[in-house]
Design a protein. Structure first.
Length: 256
């Protein structure tokens, strides 16, 4: 007589047989899309879904089409798409984003009224609307205590001011780079690696050229992309103006 099958084992087997997909979902418009796990085969770019956040659920927008979960990523932990968002949830999500966009203008106007030298970059309103986070950029130290009181009265919420640097500012604002493509920081970069003048020198770029600077006014992040290749080639190729000792019999000098 065969042994009874445990319900837990049956559920696990069914879960393994169910096709799983990765879909890119962003929770807010300025943010990058993150991979989320789903079994829904009918999700498309632009759909609104409810995703797990660890402490609850929130609305997100599908920004990358689904693709099968690769076998080498099955051991990774992903947030899950719980279900599709209802019409009411989608309307509330869009309304909150519209309030955030208007909030940027409101905060900038109030900051200007206080004579503060700061640029309001983004405003994030929690779903409960009890907390508002204001992201700003400034080249100097800003005393925003009076501004916080003004904003608290305006939004009827707790205000958190968060200062960000030039690179993060450009990432949130987005734009087109000199190459004609969307900025790397806004499209795919997950973090900012240190960029130094050494990287430009290694690639024989003129250090006085303003084209080395990106939209943020800092050295371009793309200087890092080929830097390791230049370093690796310089470590084993003959130096310029040194005798060439190639096995083919060449006896000239390296020129560059």
């Amino acid at each position: 007589m065969s042994e009874p099958i445990e319900p837990a084992a049956t559920a696990a087997a069914v879960a393994e047989e169910t096709p799983q997909y990765l879909v890119g979902v962003r929770l807010r418009e300025p943010l990058l899309a993150e991979d989320h796990l789903t079994t829904d085969t009918d999700l498309h770019v632009g759909d609104l879904v409810m995703v797990d956040t660890g402490g609850g659920t929130t609305v997100g927008e599908v920004r990358r089409p689904k693709r099968p979960l690769p076998s080498f990523k099955r051991d990774r932990v992903y947030r899950r798409v719980v279900r599709r968002a209802t019409t009411a949830e989608g309307a509330e999500w869009r309304d909150r984003r519209a309030r955030e966009v208007r909030g940027v203008e409101t905060c900038q106007r109030m900051a200007r009224g206080r004579g503060l030298n700061m640029k309001i970059v983004d405003v994030e309103i929690e779903g409960s609307r009890r907390r508002v986070t204001v992201f700003f950029n400034s080249e100097e130290r800003v005393d925003f205590r009076d501004l916080v009181r003004d904003l608290a009265r305006e939004f009827h919420a707790r205000i958190e001011m968060r200062q960000i640097g030039a690179r993060d500012t450009t990432k949130l604002l987005d734009g087109i780079g000199p190459c004609g493509r969307q900025l790397c920081c806004s499209s795919h970069l997950r973090k900012f690696d240190p960029i130094s003048v050494k990287m430009a020198k290694a690639q024989d770029m003129p250090l006085t050229d303003s084209r080395l600077l990106g939209n943020c006014g800092r050295l371009k992040c793309c200087l890092l992309y080929e830097f390791s290749t230049y370093e690796e080639l310089r470590s084993r190729l003959p130096r310029v103006n040194t005798p060439c000792s190639a096995s083919c019999g060449g006896s000239g000098c390296m020129t560059g």
